[in-house]
Design a protein around this ligand. Structure first.
Ligand SMILES: [Zn+2]
Length: 148
């Protein structure tokens, strides 16, 4: 069997796959499946490229890493001790980008929902968030039907 993809290209592909299928996201997908919630993945055309979307209810879910997306007052949201200015600027840009994506989604009639990485580590919290999603989807689908 010949490998048609050169090693450099392949490792780039692997890196992309890995960054897309981060663990907390997989945990959320499983939990959603477990309660029978159907969703679509990685909606590229929507602001911020949400991780899971419920198109009929216009709900866009982001599964955010607590460190990169700065989950305030979370134990995973530590401050790096070196290159402080660099990290501060990087984090500020991430937070600003997230805020903008949520704002843009709302302008388009979508409801942005953020599930934090730490919530996926606690099965009770995750179950609560997924149940909340199911309820929201139900309510918003009905609302959108009745508003036509
Ligand atoms: Zn957190």
């Amino acid at each position: 069997v010949t490998d048609r993809i050169d090693p450099l290209r392949r490792s780039a592909n692997m890196a992309r796959i890995r960054s897309r299928d981060t663990k907390p996201e997989i945990v959320v997908r499983r939990a959603a499946h477990a309660v029978g919630l159907r969703f679509r993945l990685h909606h590229k055309e929507l602001p911020g490229k949400p991780d899971l979307v419920f198109p009929s209810a216009r709900i866009a879910v982001f599964v955010h890493g607590c460190f990169w997306h700065r989950h305030s007052e979370c134990r995973n949201c530590s401050e790096p001790k070196t290159r402080v200015e660099f990290w501060r600027a990087k984090f500020a840009a991430n937070v600003q980008r997230d805020r903008q994506a949520c704002h843009d989604l709302q302008q388009l009639g979508w409801l942005p929902i953020i599930i934090w990485e730490c919530e996926t580590e606690d099965i009770d919290k995750l179950t609560a968030r997924v149940s909340e999603l199911r309820q929201l989807r139900h309510t918003r689908s009905r609302f959108q039907l009745s508003s036509i």
